[in-house]
Ligand binder design. Structure first.
Ligand code: ZN
Length: 354
């Protein structure tokens, strides 16, 4: 991967990437990788932890910022073309590094790379799939619990806290992201934050949450109706719900290994557009899930990525009408033998909670 690109070595700075390759979970570290070297550089706060967590990397203790140790180390290794992660290394760090190399008159060049490790991460190994499946099972259980708590009269924040508490008490390593509980008009904001708003009968409530097990995430959304069936939610919202569900089921049914992520997006988008809500589906159909809650592949109208067996991603169409509310239904799927296999188990038909 590194030599194919004409690089002598690669500097990995993105935390999920160095965790994936080395197993090191610390918040500050760097990998230096070549055909003959695998070095994990970190400062004194983390060297012991790094030695415990990594088997394949030699741990080097560093001090100070990148520009104070990297140029010398790379030149000692006789590297001349050093790849770095252009999507992660900051402009300021790059600038300081270049200045330091110039001052030291080193024959070393910084070459930008993108998605080298991300491309490895997007195909999950069986061990990774197992952890994601566990995280998905935990969000299913949390939703079961949430349905018992969520009813007209509680606030969005109370419901979000109950979800977070359940996840943490049942094995989630922290949470993958702050749970979203968005009711009534708030549900029209795809990334709403829970507020003190009280849930009311006759509205929808959108729940979005994620667990983390063994470092791997799950992502889950459902939309519930508050109050009694028929009397409750406006006709328009139940019509919207059915469109989103139809779009989600169509995508899951027709997604195939080998299609592009934009073709997959279109499977759901066509259903929503034909129902007249094309403009109300503002985000992409889904995203990869793994060590990061959002990773490759990106399922969107402009994505050029190909979907391959072993990938794990969300399928989460939504329709959002300002002032009225929104509906999103999100499952995690994996591509297996050419088709999407749904990992999420929770029911998807329109559910009413009293
Ligand atoms: Zn998601």
């Amino acid at each position: 991967m590194i030599t194919e690109r004409g690089l002598d070595g690669l500097l990995v700075s993105q935390p999920e990437n160095y965790r994936y390759l080395s197993g090191f979970t610390g918040s500050s570290g760097w990998l230096l990788i070549s055909g003959s070297h695998a070095i994990l550089a970190t400062d004194s706060r983390y060297t012991e932890q790094a030695k415990q967590e990594t088997q394949d990397f030699e741990v080097a203790q560093i001090r100070g910022e990148l520009d104070s140790w990297l140029p010398q180390l790379a030149s000692d290794l006789q590297w001349h073309e050093l790849g770095f992660e252009a999507n992660h290394l900051s402009f300021a760090a790059h600038h300081k590094l270049s200045e330091s190399m110039k001052t030291k008159q080193l024959n070393l060049q910084l070459i930008p790379t993108t998605n080298l490790v991300e491309c490895l991460r997007c195909i999950k190994e069986p061990r990774e799939l197992e952890l994601i499946t566990k995280a998905v099972e935990l969000t299913d259980a949390a939703f079961e619990q949430a349905r018992a708590i969520i009813h007209p009269g509680v606030t969005e924040r109370e419901a979000a806290w109950e979800i977070e508490k359940f996840l943490r008490q049942n094995g989630s390593e922290g949470i993958a992201f702050d749970p979203i509980v968005a009711s009534g008009p708030n549900s029209a904001l795809p990334h709403a934050r829970p507020t003190e708003r009280i849930l009311h009968s006759g509205e929808v409530v959108l729940i979005d949450m994620g667990a983390r097990i063994g470092g791997y995430c799950s992502d889950f959304s459902r939309t519930l109706c508050l109050g009694e069936a028929l009397k409750a939610v406006s006709c328009q919202l139940s019509a919207i719900y059915n469109v989103v569900l139809e779009a989600q089921l169509a995508a899951i049914d027709k997604i195939k290994t080998g299609m592009t992520a934009s073709q997959a997006d279109r499977l759901a988008r066509n259903v929503i557009t034909e129902a007249g809500y094309g403009d109300a589906f503002g985000h992409g159909l889904g995203h990869g899930v793994g060590i990061a809650i959002h990773e490759s592949p990106t399922l969107s109208p402009t994505s050029t990525e190909y979907l391959l067996d072993g990938m794990v991603f969300t399928v989460e169409p939504g329709i959002y009408i300002t002032g009225l509310g929104g509906v999103r239904i999100e499952d995690v799927v994996t591509l297996e033998k050419g088709r999407a296999k749904v990992l999420t188990r929770s029911a998807k038909a329109l559910q009413y909670v009293m």
